[in-house]
Design a protein around this ligand. Structure first.
Ligand code: HEM
Length: 424
């Protein structure tokens, strides 16, 4: 029976076995399976040489390329996790799978994993099924009964989760709705910040964030910032590169990130000047060790690191956007956005940044909930259940009179393309 399950898995198109990449071998496996199911059950000859082709990981190879049906998206950390089986290889995960997979691979604090994945379910997944996609729209056939409709996935969660000014992806408006494919020219620029010492740091990445903002303002007529995605998620992603992708060795316990590790996680091969992005091939580098077990990266750490970045590079804290042409940036005052509760100075005192971030997240819910299938109350209660605890213990002043209506003047605020039915 075990053998039958194994062969069925090998022959099935939803499982990706490197040795099955060859269509002829896959066909042979299917025929062998049919023969096995129909008749004599003598496997002693191993006519396909499956035994010899296996790695030391058993039936499922430990690293593998995604199959054509597998979903990958804008986040190299998640793509690599799925490629190594820490997340389901098909790219569709539950909250529980995300919590355990990201804790095992990166030592992400479970509360942070829960909040990030619940928000993904809420913004572009399926609340009833409790699943989300790390890339494009959820395929209907993965949902029970196939009747519930689909969320658009991370790739098409613009302004809810995905935002402008990414490390290596284009602003969505300037790339015809594709903010998930790596732009190798942009990657070249961030790659270069390691300098002669071949080391990336939080500070170098924060400085690069400011440069990319300036590039977006100069080139993207729909550049927009002010939502949770652009104020928290995007700068947090810059910090994630250093905090989660650094290699922690005996010699360098605090971790280091060099060009080799950076390229591997981003699925890039070749040398500077002739880099190539290998779509879907994001890999945890060989001989790589995650951050220490005793030092999980937590939700408060996310806000502290984002806050340090804004304090060190104050120009990067922006609310507003371009008004339809490049270089037309109009900024909004934090005080006007928050009914006078916060201003740009005291935003970094105490718990203010975390409190403010949660309130702009909540403000955005009606907008993204109207785009997806889940319904406002289901989305709100999911967010409250998993994201709410992050601010539960904080000292937050209730903001009333907060107004995102001020954002309506910016065309980038409402721009929200939906995805083609592709896996990437
Ligand atoms: C459930 C957990 C996670 C979720 C929901 C998530 C979601 C996202 C989203 C929506 C983006 C697009 C943001 C943008 O527009 O730039 C993104 C980008 C990114 N994420 Fe994640 N992420 C998660 C975990 C991680 C982890 C663990 C890492 C690091 C190991 C990581 C590293 C990155 C990086 C480096 C980018 C920027 C990619 C680029 O611009 O080229 N993320 N992530």
């Amino acid at each position: 029976m075990k053998t039958a399950v194994f062969l069925a898995a090998m022959a099935s198109s939803t499982w990706a076995f490197p040795i099955m990449d060859d269509p002829k071998t896959a066909q042979m496996a299917r025929e062998f399976l049919e023969r096995y199911q129909a008749g004599p059950r003598d496997l002693s000859n191993d006519p396909l040489g499956i035994s010899k082709a296996q790695t030391n990981c058993g039936p499922t190879p430990c690293t593998q390329s995604p199959a054509a049906s597998n979903i990958r998206g804008p986040c190299p950390g998640l793509n690599a996790a799925a490629n190594h089986g820490y997340l389901p290889r098909n790219g569709i995960a539950t909250i529980e799978q995300t919590i355990s997979g990201l804790e095992a691979l990166y030592n992400m604090d479970p509360i942070l994993g829960a909040a990030l994945s619940a928000y993904a379910v809420a913004t572009g997944g399926n609340v009833l099924e409790g699943v989300w996609s790390i890339g494009g729209p959820l395929p209907e056939d993965c949902l029970l009964n196939g009747l519930i409709g689909t969320g658009q996935g991370l790739s098409y969660s613009h302004n809810a989760y995905e935002g402008d000014v990414s490390i290596g992806r284009n602003d969505i408006y300037t790339n015809n709705g594709d903010a998930h494919s790596l732009n190798i020219t942009k990657f070249e620029k961030v790659y270069a910040v390691s300098g002669a010492e071949n080391r990336y740091t939080l500070d170098k990445f924060r400085a690069r964030f400011e440069e990319v903002q300036d590039e977006s303002i100069a080139n993207n007529p729909y550049y927009f910032t002010g939502a949770f995605s652009t104020v928290v998620v995007v700068p947090a992603a810059y910090n994630f590169v250093i905090n989660f992708m650094s290699n922690h060795t005996e010699e360098e316990l605090s971790g280091y990130l060099d060009g080799y590790n950076f390229k591997s996680f981003f699925g890039v091969t070749g040398e500077s000047g002739s880099f190539e992005w290998q779509r879907g091939q994001e890999r945890v580098p060989d001989n790589w060790y995650r951050r220490p077990t005793s030092n999980q990266y937590t939700a408060p750490d996310v806000f502290i690191d984002v806050g340090i970045g804004y304090a060190a590079y104050p120009n990067t804290l922006k609310f507003g956007g371009n008004t339809g042409t490049p270089n037309s940036f109009v900024g909004l005052d934090v005080a006007n956005l928050t009914g006078g509760i916060y201003n740009a100075q005291d935003l970094f005192e105490g718990d203010n940044l975390a409190c403010f971030s949660y309130s702009i997240l909540q403000e955005g819910i009606p907008d993204f909930a109207s785009n997806v299938v889940n319904g406002l109350s289901a989305v709100t209660s999911l967010v409250n259940k998993y994201v709410g605890p992050l601010v539960g213990g904080l000292n937050c002043t209730q903001i009333s009179g907060q107004s995102t209506e001020l954002f309506n003047d910016f065309p980038g605020y409402k721009y929200s393309p939906t995805g083609p039915d592709t896996n990437y």
